[in-house]
Design a protein around this ligand. Structure first.
Ligand SMILES: [Zn+2]
Length: 232
């Protein structure tokens, strides 16, 4: 299993290159390119939210807990005595930090279905939908956002598999085959739900045709070539 730093770097390097190409090719504004880079790195961390003690889990639940405590203070500070507000804020913090985290840990087995190809596709299509519906992005940048998130996710799965091969001893660890997988026969129902979810989201997402056309167009290649024309 690859560690946190390997995952962040492993996702950041290809994401930076791809975002640079997308901006050079005129597929994305520099702002969208920057967001895509961020999504690629996020995708590289995302699969390990199913690990109890992983760094992203600690960061994500820590942030949620602080936000919950702040929300409680904002909601109650007019009506209650300060010591009661403080008590409620501590309770909210603990509820999220310990309670919610324990619940997700119970729900997700590490290297379960979160570490799978259909889950990688699902988060990508979900990002396309959010980008187009909530942020009103055109189909091409919206799909670009989804491709970066799924791309980072896939890099994570590939790194997990790579690190389950013990290169020194040339042995294959037991975790091999638990990251890059199409699903799980034992959890066939959740696997089926994941695939159905991908299909459903693709149906309501904007068409990917403009994205494919733009990415493969001669104009995009020419724009990239022109950007790097000063290179020897
Ligand atoms: Zn992992």
């Amino acid at each position: 299993m690859a560690n946190f730093r390997v995952h962040v770097l492993g996702a950041a390097i290809p994401s930076a290159l791809a975002a640079g190409l997308a901006v050079a090719g005129g597929l994305a504004t520099p702002l969208v390119g920057g967001v895509c880079f961020g999504l690629g790195v996020l995708g590289g961390m995302l699969p390990d939210i199913d690990a109890d003690s992983s760094v992203p889990t600690r960061i994500i639940f820590g942030a949620f807990a602080v936000a919950a405590a702040a929300a409680v203070v904002l909601a109650l500070h007019d009506d209650l005595a300060p010591w009661l507000v403080a008590l409620a804020a501590v309770a909210a913090f603990l509820l999220v930090r310990v309670g919610l985290r324990g619940f997700t840990a119970w729900l997700c087995v590490h290297r379960g279905l979160v570490h799978s190809l259909p889950f990688a596709a699902l988060v990508g299509v979900a990002a396309v939908l959010v980008a187009s519906r909530a942020f009103h992005l055109a189909p091409t940048p919206a799909w670009l956002a989804g491709v970066f998130l799924t791309g980072g996710f896939l890099v994570h799965l590939a790194l997990d598999e790579l690190f389950s091969v013990d290169l020194v001893g040339a042995r294959i660890k037991r975790s091999f085959g638990t990251a890059l997988k199409l699903g799980s026969r034992r959890q066939w129902f959740i696997t089926a739900v994941l695939y159905a979810g991908v299909v459903a989201l693709v149906t309501i997402a904007p068409s990917a045709d403009p994205f494919v056309r733009d990415v493969t167009s001669r104009r995009t290649r020419a724009a990239i070539a022109a950007t790097f024309a000063w290179l020897p």
